[in-house]
Write a protein that binds this ligand. Structure first.
Ligand SMILES: [Fe+2]
Length: 317
């Protein structure tokens, strides 16, 4: 069921167009009194306006009017019992067509205005989150900029996997906030250069849960980021105690952030070691493909790292 929902979300626009075409074919083939059903064309055209925007809606309404007009000219008997076109019918169709185009324009415009406001709002809160994260991370020079870099890498992987714009944006927000639970962990522990004790490691590991709790309190705006933040250190596949069952319930966003997070940790200098090169980090991540990391994400990440290395080569030439 989830796979069907994901598929529908991913290919929503082509599915919508196919449904509209099927409805039109159905009306054309099976409905006898087509004049009465002309008003039915408002539904697909207005839905197109709501989901695709002004341009798509106006185009589809004009196409609909043209098809109906063509049909009226070629076979007037499908609209009227008489074989000749009567002027009342022409007037009725002109009025219908004008309202159809006008309605599609209005709905499409309202949709675009709503989308623009939503984008502005989202951009603003992503900007505020970036400032907040930069401020939180500025206290430690080794983690400085980590979340912003992880967000950029995660977005590149998500785009390489052809995820929807909405999914990419959710992943960006979750990546920016993936370590927000660390604000509940003592600063001395975060900055500690020496190896952590077992208890300290446990406290440190609880930052995913602490982060999810913090975000839960914010409400609906960040609700999509909560399961991703909670699972960003989960292994893609985990051998259960008795049967080698694969644990694949980690959200895709968390699987992407896990790779981006590990890559940034490997290539960045730490108090106890120097950062490695991108290809070395890729090799390390590939070793854990299928266990710690999702192989599909690692495959997409390989393409992303190749572009990073090409860019570095261009800069150094
Ligand atoms: Fe983390």
């Amino acid at each position: 069921m989830n796979a069907f929902k994901n598929l529908l979300t991913r290919y929503f626009e082509p599915v919508l167009v196919a449904v509209i075409i099927l409805i039109l074919l159905f009306i054309d083939m099976f409905v006898v009194d087509k004049v009465v059903f002309l008003y039915f064309y408002f539904i697909p055209v207005l839905v197109a306006g709501y989901y695709i925007g002004k341009k798509g809606a106006v185009l589809s309404s004009i196409m609909t009017v043209l098809i109906v007009t063509l049909r009226l000219v070629i076979s007037p008997e499908t609209f009227s019992i008489r074989s000749k076109v009567d002027f009342d019918l022409v007037f009725q169709i002109v009025t219908w067509g004008s309202f159809l185009v006008l309605s599609s324009y209005v709905v499409g415009r309202l949709y675009e205005e709503k989308e623009a406001r939503y984008r502005d709002l989202k951009q603003s809160y992503v900007g505020v989150i970036e400032i907040l994260v930069k401020y939180i991370e500025s206290v430690d020079r080794y983690t400085k900029g980590h979340s912003v870099r992880v967000a950029d890498i995660a977005m590149d992987i998500a785009r390489s996997m052809s995820l929807t714009r909405e999914a990419c944006e959710n992943i960006k927000v979750a990546a920016l906030l993936h370590d927000v639970g660390k604000i509940d962990v003592s600063m001395d522990l975060i900055k500690k250069a020496a190896a952590l004790t077992k208890d300290e490691r446990q406290v440190m590991n609880s930052h995913s849960e602490r982060g999810a709790n913090i975000l839960n309190k914010v409400g609906n705006v960040l609700s999509d980021a909560v399961p991703i933040v909670l699972a960003h250190h989960e292994y893609f596949s985990k051998k259960e105690e008795d049967n080698l069952k694969v644990k694949a319930d980690v959200p895709l966003g968390a699987r992407i952030i896990a790779v981006a997070d590990t890559y940034d940790a490997i290539v960045t200098d730490r108090p106890y070691r120097k950062g490695k090169l991108p290809w070395q980090a890729l090799e390390e991540i590939e070793k854990s493909s299928g266990t710690q990391f999702d192989p599909e994400v690692v495959e997409a990440f390989r393409h992303v790292v190749s572009t990073y290395m090409e860019e570095q080569e261009h800069v150094s030439v």
